[in-house]
Design a protein around this ligand. Sequence first.
Ligand code: HEM
Length: 71
Amino acid sequence: MGRRAFAPLSFGSGPHVCIGAALTMMEAEIVFDKLMRRWPALALSEPRPRWNRNPVYRGLATLQLHVPASA
Ligand code: HEM
């Protein structure tokens, strides 16, 4: 089974696909845009963020960030 390029799997698929997907992606776009404008030097605190172990709802367990002092 294939999927469209860049089509996320996080919102399910088929008849019960998430009806909030478009809203959520729009909100995420706004949030990340605002974050990067406010703190352009925002960087990962650890080289490899940790992922949770849930195969169904995959996601980051934590995402630690910092703003370098000179920023
Ligand atoms: C990060 C945010 C979200 C994630 C990861 C997410 C994920 C999902 C997933 C995986 C499903 C399918 C569940 C299944 O197969 O049984 C689902 C269904 C659903 N989601 Fe979301 N969702 C998110 C946000 C939202 C928002 C913001 C709304 C409403 C404004 C929403 C409303 C719904 C509804 C009503 C369903 C059931 C659709 C149906 O059964 O026909 N979700 N969501």
